[in-house]
Design a protein. Structure first.
Length: 273
């Protein structure tokens, strides 16, 4: 394992299982160079999933305390995973991960990565049963969000794969799907955003490969894009889950380096070889 960092972690401030202090200890025991916290930003719906608005200041204070305590051993950063429909600004954080977990409807929100039956209901009721229409809306919304927000990190780009593994709402190998995914990713390559190679779905048993799929990672490299590896960790036991496999995949696709949170500066390149 070369990465020795993770910018995508969740704690008890949102839907994670561990305190920030416990997560930091696990990172230090693994020899981490850096650790970033990225609790789900407050939003005014789906409350069990995100950080409560009234706890945001406590979150900031605790992460800064961890940062200070570990200053001579490991770089610690205060980030946030901000959904398109979050109700707080990313200002004041060291970085943020731009993600889309929901698609808006007349009644509320359709959930992309929640219970499979909820996504199926959204597709049936709002997309006429057409899974590719759901995919189009997702990629269009994510692309617009990344560009308009000037996001530093693109979170789990092809998240639509998660529930598709069981629902089969669209054919991931079809030319139509692949072209759609590529067409919406291409404009983001020049934005300066890091494309997250996210092993969370592997750790939780949903998928055999990281987000994004290999064909997207291959195209991203050809376009000159940079990647950052993250475990989307909700349990410190899986802080580096499938990192070795993800690094091997990147090497097989022609990558020789990736980007991580730095020891002396926010972002630094490191060799995968």
């Amino acid at each position: 394992m070369k990465t020795l960092s993770c910018a995508h972690t969740h704690t008890v401030y949102c839907d994670g299982k561990n305190t920030p202090w416990d997560m930091a200890l696990s990172a230090l025991e693994k020899g981490f160079v850096s650790l970033g916290y990225s609790s789900h930003a407050p939003q005014d719906f789906d409350f069990p999933y995100c950080m409560p608005l009234e706890k945001e200041e406590a979150y900031k204070a605790e992460i800064r305390a961890v940062q200070k305590a570990y200053a001579d051993r490991m770089a610690v950063y205060m980030g946030i995973e901000r959904d398109r429909y979050a109700c707080v600004s990313p200002e004041g954080y060291d970085y943020f991960i731009a993600s889309v977990h929901y698609l808006k409807t007349e009644e509320g929100y359709g959930v992309i990565d929640g219970a499979p039956e909820d996504l199926k209901d959204y597709v049936d009721r709002h997309c006429g049963g057409n899974g590719l229409e759901m995919v189009r809306r997702y990629y269009e919304l994510l692309g617009e969000y990344v560009l308009s927000s000037k996001a530093p990190i693109i979170g789990h780009y092809d998240l639509v794969r998660k529930n598709n593994a069981s629902l089969r709402l669209f054919d991931e190998d079809s030319p139509a799907y692949r072209q759609m995914a590529l067409d919406h990713l291409r404009p983001l390559a020049g934005s300066g955003a890091l494309l997250e190679v996210n092993t969370g779905a592997m750790a939780r048993g949903y998928l055999p490969t990281p987000y994004p799929a290999p064909f997207l990672l291959s195209a991203w490299r050809e376009w000159g894009g940079e990647v950052i590896l993250g475990s989307d960790c909700h349990d410190r036991r899986f802080l580096t889950a499938y990192y070795d496999e993800a690094e091997a995949l990147l090497l097989s696709l022609g990558y020789d380096h990736a980007v991580r949170l730095g020891r002396e500066r926010l972002w630094e390149r490191y060799s995968l070889k």
